[in-house]
Design a binder for this molecule. Sequence first.
Ligand SMILES: [Cu+2]
Length: 268
Amino acid sequence: MVSIKFVASSLFLASSALAHFRIVYPGERNATNWDTQTTGPCGGANRVVEPRFLFKPEGSPLELTQHHSLSIGQVRFCPGEDCNTQEDFSVILLDSFEQTGAGNFCVPALSIPYKTGTNGTIQVTYTGLGEVAGEYDNMYNCLDITVSDEGASFSGQCFNSSSSVISPIKLDSNVISNATNITVLDSYFSSTKSVAATASASSSSRDMAGMDMSGMDMSGMSGHSMTSSKAASATSSASNTSSTSVAGAAAITVGWTGAVALVFAALA
Ligand SMILES: [Cu+2]
């Protein structure tokens, strides 16, 4: 019974757009929500998770790991004790950006324009190319915070992957968070997705789901033998050592193991 469940679970992960993204620093509500991450506003994790992370008003680090080869993202905030609807996340902390190439995006200081003592929830939304041209994954993850002078200052907690390029874009602020506004996204992606499709076809490191696992941060993995030097260097450069992310890191390991197993299977 146990093994049957395991196989069924693995197959489900393999057949869905598993790639998605993670908030690897400082952590997130549920680092294993692969199957519900496309549900807003918080990837199916609708309850506040305590203890809250501390964020300096002038900014603490945030690190995102995107598994899709092309995506647009945004970071929002909801001041309050219990943020449950998309409308609650009305404050834009980081306006729309395009992320080309899978990998890490490090925000050294994500400032929160509220006074210390304020509780709230940070929401990260991404829309990435789906498995079928013209279809997209709308992805959501949240983390609960308190604005505090005791939040972390940037000291190398995160880094940008060389495989990933971030560029600001001009989009209506509501586009990304509105999963039904596919027309605008379609026009936005219309020029870039053909480029991505061409790149995908010519690169053995990309699979058919538009994912690019090369150059990715494998720091969440443990006990997995890697043979490529790129993976080895990525592991050695792991930098998310804050004690506040221990629970998240443990959970991420579970997710990564499945993700990597899938990719290796696809490449075999
Ligand atoms: Cu995905």
